[in-house]
Design a protein around this ligand. Structure first.
Ligand SMILES: Nc1ncnc2c1ncn2[C@@H]1O[C@H](COP(=O)(O)OP(=O)(O)OP(=O)(O)O)[C@@H](O)[C@H]1O
Ligand SMILES: [Mg+2]
Length: 421
């Protein structure tokens, strides 16, 4: 399935000639255009599909542009759609009224083509920037929440974990004592005999140490998860400091472990466990922002998992499906790290043998909101944020090698020392 984001614009105007001119201009400029001939029908249209922007005529029979705008802004679903008024009235009062109602801009008729396009572009860009900020804000709020929860869980789990080894020792001692009693009480007392049988003493003796052992394994696992959560969501997200990249990658993998596991009867498709191969070289600590870099690894690794899943789900052609579904195909993510010979840059390669990219996707993948994933699954922000973090915030590079049907490799280079702002 391919959904490529194309900006959609709703034009609301009761004059056919205006509609026609604008429709042609905007369609030719690559927008997805829909039209409404009155305020009422515009309000109905937006309920079917939310446009990215609305061009709204002021003077219309029925409810006028101002009232239409007021209703749009009163509905939480539509209130964030930028509205640009079109008006022949150039009195200051009307412009102010429109802006007060929440419109972002106005254009005057007769329409000046270049001007319309310029204003629309500006407002679409602004809207995207705003969405991006909200997204980043959410990520950071989530990070703090996760860090807080991890911190809270840490104590009680340590409590359990720490005491389990004492419990183990005590149980061993008690069992030894029991054996001593058994050895030195040759004539078993009937009450004790009966009770031992009742509680199945032999089984209890062999089971108890195992029971404690599995509690220990469980507690260790929780500790590991908590540790990963803490590393992943460092509270000090904005600070740059020497970072152990391997630790960061490992904690991200830990958080993704359930997604790496095999898929079977309960999901839409089957696949075996994804094998993760780590070929870590010697890396020095890298001057960087751990919180941001965990986002980078998270984005690239989830993309790799998605690409592998897609190969199992619905390869684009029969050939891919067959390769993926033959017994000996092992879904795999290989992570290699090394330092460049001049010791100046750390290189991290994340390679998957998933679905790979078509030429079109390769061209567009870094665009904001570009996604090939079903609605609700991908926002199309992952790679643009990733590139922003690697290239702009860390002075590194991000390259991609990909072959459709074979897989993709993302290569990150990060300067070991970098002047962060
Ligand atoms: N490892 C990969 N293999 C194949 N295609 C990929 C891979 N990584 C990215 N892509 C393609 O690039 C597109 C954009 O990726 P990006 O991470 O920016 O957005 P997304 O994964 O679709 O959504 P999200 O915002 O949730 O990350 C993906 O929809 C996918 O088509
Ligand atoms: Mg992604």
């Amino acid at each position: 399935m391919k959904i490529i984001q194309q900006n959609s614009i709703l034009i609301v105007d009761d004059t056919p000639t205006n509609l026609k001119v604008l429709f042609e201009l905007l369609s030719e400029s690559g927008f997805k255009v829909s039209i409404a001939k009155s305020g009422e029908s515009a309000l109905e249209k937006v309920q079917e599909a939310l446009p990215d922007l609305i061009l709204l005529d002021v003077m219309m029979p029925g409810i006028d542009g101002f009232e239409t705008c007021r209703r749009l802004k009163a509905d939480p679903r539509t209130k964030d759609i930028p509205v640009i008024f079109m008006t022949v009235l150039s009195e200051v009062l009307d412009k102010v009224k429109g802006l007060k109602l929440g419109a972002v801009d106005y254009i005057t008729k007769p329409i000046e083509q270049e001007e319309v396009l310029a204003r629309i572009t500006v407002h679409l860009e602004l809207r995207k920037a705003q969405l991006r900020l909200v997204q980043e804000e959410k990520m950071s709020a989530l990070g703090q929440l996760v860090a807080g929860v991890a911190h809270e869980i840490n104590n009680p789990v340590n409590f359990i974990y720490g005491n389990l080894s004492h419990a183990q020792r005590d149980v061993d001692d008690l069992l030894k004592l029991l054996h001593l009693y058994q050895a030195y009480t040759p004539e078993p007392i009937p009450e004790i005999q009966t009770y031992s049988e009742e509680i199945d003493l032999d089984f209890l003796e062999s089971d108890l140490p195992q029971l404690i052992h599995s509690m220990q394994v469980g507690a260790e696992r929780i500790l590991e998860i908590v540790r990963s959560l803490k590393i992943f969501s460092r509270l000090d997200r904005t600070k740059s400091q020497p970072v152990n990249l391997h630790e960061l990658i490992d904690s991200t993998l830990m958080l993704l472990s359930s997604r790496l596991r095999s898929k079977s009867q309960h999901s839409d498709f089957r696949r075996p466990d994804i094998e993760v191969v780590k070929e870590y070289g010697e890396l020095p600590f890298v001057e960087s922002n751990a919180g941001q870099l965990s986002q980078v690894f998270m984005n690239l690794l989830t993309n790799a998992i998605d690409a592998i899943n897609e190969k199992f789900e619905n390869g684009e052609n029969i050939q891919t499906i067959q390769t993926a579904q033959t017994q000996d195909f092992i879904p795999r993510i290989i992570i290699r790290t090394e330092i460049t010979p001049d010791q100046l840059n750390a290189v991290i390669r994340i390679k998957d043998n998933g679905i790979g990219m078509t030429e079109d996707v390769r061209q567009r993948m870094f665009e904001q909101f570009f996604t090939t994933k079903p609605v609700g699954q991908g926002t199309g922000l992952g790679l643009s944020i990733t590139r922003q973090i690697v290239v702009v915030k860390h002075g590194g590079t991000l390259e991609v090698n990909s072959t459709r049907g074979e897989g993709s490799e993302f290569v990150i280079t990060l300067p070991v020392k970098f002047e962060h702002d």
